[in-house]
Design a protein around this ligand. Structure first.
Ligand SMILES: Cc1cc2nc3c(=O)[nH]c(=O)nc-3n(C[C@H](O)[C@H](O)[C@H](O)COP(=O)(O)OP(=O)(O)OC[C@H]3O[C@@H](n4cnc5c(N)ncnc54)[C@H](O)[C@@H]3O)c2cc1C
Length: 545
């Protein structure tokens, strides 16, 4: 039997597994991805991409191409609304314009791009950076020991079995995760509340759109409850159906025995037109659930994406949350594999991601109940919170964060209020580098970054000395002030946006989360910075250069 080695085996090469591969490769770790299917997604599936996910894509150099491809499929800044049918009465706007009121918090914008267009972009960048991808390949068994994971892969066509030895494994194997099952990790939450279907169709429904810029159309009428997504030029799309009939006595099993003729009738009901020529391309069955895995880590194995949390599509959070999982674990695995961080850094994945994911699952559930299934309303349902804290305001409390005098953070904050408190996403501020406008976010992504205020000379010098002393890659930037090396801060807002005095400093992790902060120059020394790095990296002291 052929035997191979890889630092990280990623099982599942869909949206989340491919993102994990790309992010690891971005950190110079070359993982092996195995995917049961013969290629990337053939169905549109997820499409709503949050600003935070676009920020991640910006870091790895694919933001522009994602935006271009999105333009091929969707009119930007569309609305999300409820109607009786495409031709029927308009009931309510959930979002009138996708990016209204959020443009100031990020250099990146929300957009729609289907998985069938997005995954090839992730794949080609991951391969370009050195990830190895094997399609039509199934991971059939695995066992972990103190030093690594041994798995067997089987090629679907040739039947050839390969043994692979890896240091770590990421289970991005979807909602029914066989890996999670084998590890005996339970899913906790609401369980299955609808046996839903997605009806993919082709047909010119442009006249029914009446030039309205609608990205998602929730449909609620006496026949069904569900939602449409239709791509430019409005000749293909899907209707997802959650339940049938009367809201007082809903039939939530839509998928069992659903014949094409009945699916066509449901589609026509959603369209509100009996005559427009439409053809059903495919029907996909899926269970609507809202559950979070009890654990995200078992030894050397990490659950990510739908393997770790499953939520209804309402809100468009599911895939995005999985990309954030991959973003969180990738830099940690890279530093541990390079011998620059202690293995305990990996144990911060679960306490950082699980609470954020569980909250997102509950918010998706509350949106599902409110928008589509009022009969599920209960007293213990979370009240709906704004999208922005869910997308960009989740905060981390773990050993990889050094709290400052403001203390540990709440689980989430409005990103406009977080002001670079340790554990929160570092804020976006427009600055200038070599005459070009950039975002502070463009300073993060690969290395640790120390940002010092316009009067932060003591931290600047300490940061430069610390960068010389340690093998951990540390970029040091002064923002604002008159020094020639400083990045320009045209709005002179850096210190207030980052919650420090002009002489303070902020240490940002490779994933763009603030890890440590000094509000003033008091105590400035290289040792203070290397001590903070050691604490974040779960080491007694950082590796010397
Ligand atoms: C109708 C609908 C609309 C949605 N819209 C949105 C949206 O707008 N925005 C959003 O963020 N989310 C959305 N979602 C959710 C989103 O689709 C999922 O959260 C996302 O696809 C999960 O990705 P994943 O990679 O974790 O899992 P999956 O996409 O399920 O991928 C898992 C992969 O693992 C492979 N696999 C499993 N076991 C093995 C094995 N042993 N060996 C090899 N390969 C294996 C499978 O073949 C599969 O390709 C939507 C979901 C639905 C149903």
């Amino acid at each position: 039997m052929p035997e191979i080695e890889t630092p990280v085996l990623i099982v599942g090469g869909s949206l989340v597994g491919m993102s994990a591969a790309l992010l690891l490769a971005h950190h110079a770790i070359r993982p092996l991805v195995v995917e049961h299917h013969r290629g990337t997604a053939i169905h549109p599936r997820a499409a709503m991409i949050t600003q935070r996910t676009m920020e991640v894509f910006r870091t790895v150099g694919i933001e522009q191409v994602v935006m271009q491809k999105s333009d091929e499929q969707f009119v930007q800044d569309g609305a999300i609304m409820a109607l009786e049918s495409l031709t029927g009465k308009e009931l309510a706007f959930f979002i009138a314009n996708l990016n209204e009121g959020v443009r100031d918090i990020s250099p990146s914008l929300r957009l729609f791009i289907t998985q069938s267009l997005l995954e090839p972009l992730l794949k080609s960048r991951a391969e370009e950076l050195g990830a190895e991808l094997r399609f039509a390949t199934e991971m059939v068994s695995f066992a972990q020991d103190a030093d690594g994971v041994t798995a067997e892969l089987r090629h679907r066509d040739t039947g050839e079995v390969t043994r692979v030895r890896s240091k770590y494994m990421i289970a991005a194997d979807g909602a029914h995760s066989p890996i999670r099952e084998k590890l005996g990790i339970r899913m906790l939450g609401h369980g299955v509340f609808s046996k839903s279907v997605t009806i993919y169709f082709k047909g010119d429904v442009a006249p029914l759109m009446r030039n309205r810029n609608l990205s998602v159309m929730y449909v609620v009428n006496p026949t069904l409850s569900g939602f449409f997504r239709i791509e430019k030029p409005f000749t293909s799309g899907f209707l997802a159906v959650h339940w049938l009939g009367d809201v007082k006595n809903p039939d939530t099993d839509v998928s069992t025995g659903l014949a094409e003729e009945r699916a066509l009738a449901l589609l026509r009901s959603g369209l509100g037109d009996e005559n427009v020529p439409v053809k059903i391309e495919n029907i996909m069955n899926w269970d609507a659930t809202a559950d979070t895995a009890e654990h995200f880590q078992d030894g050397r194995i990490f659950l990510a994406g739908d393997a770790a949390h499953v939520m209804p599509p309402s809100g468009g959070f599911g895939g995005n949350t999985g990309v954030q999982d991959a973003h969180n674990i990738a830099w940690k695995l890279a530093l541990v594999l390079k011998g620059l961080a202690g293995p305990d850094l990996l144990a911060t994945y679960e306490p950082e991601r699980r609470p954020a994911c569980e909250f997102t699952v509950e918010q998706a559930y509350s949106r599902y109940v409110t928008r589509s299934a009022p009969y599920l309303r209960s007293d213990d349902m979370q009240p709906i919170e704004n999208d922005l804290p869910i997308e960009c305001g989740y905060c981390y409390n773990s050993a990889a964060i050094v709290p400052d005098s403001d203390g540990p953070l709440p689980a989430r904050m409005d990103p406009r209020e977080s002001k670079a408190r340790p554990g929160s996403r570092a804020p976006h501020l427009e600055i200038e580098k070599n005459g070009a406008r950039i975002s502070t976010l463009d300073l993060f992504g690969r290395n640790f970054a120390l940002l010092v205020g316009p009067e932060g000379k003591p931290w600047l010098e300490s940061g430069r000395a610390a960068a010389q002393q340690t093998k951990v890659a540390l970029d040091v930037w002064q923002i604002g002030g008159r020094e020639g090396h400083a990045l320009r801060d045209p709005s002179a807002q850096f210190a207030s946006a980052y919650g420090i005095s002009p002489s303070g400093a902020v240490l940002v992790r490779p994933d763009g989360f603030v890890a440590w902060r000094a509000k003033t120059s008091s105590g400035a020394s290289a040792e203070a910075i290397t001590a903070a790095l050691a604490s974040i990296l779960c080491l007694a002291r950082v590796k010397s250069a």
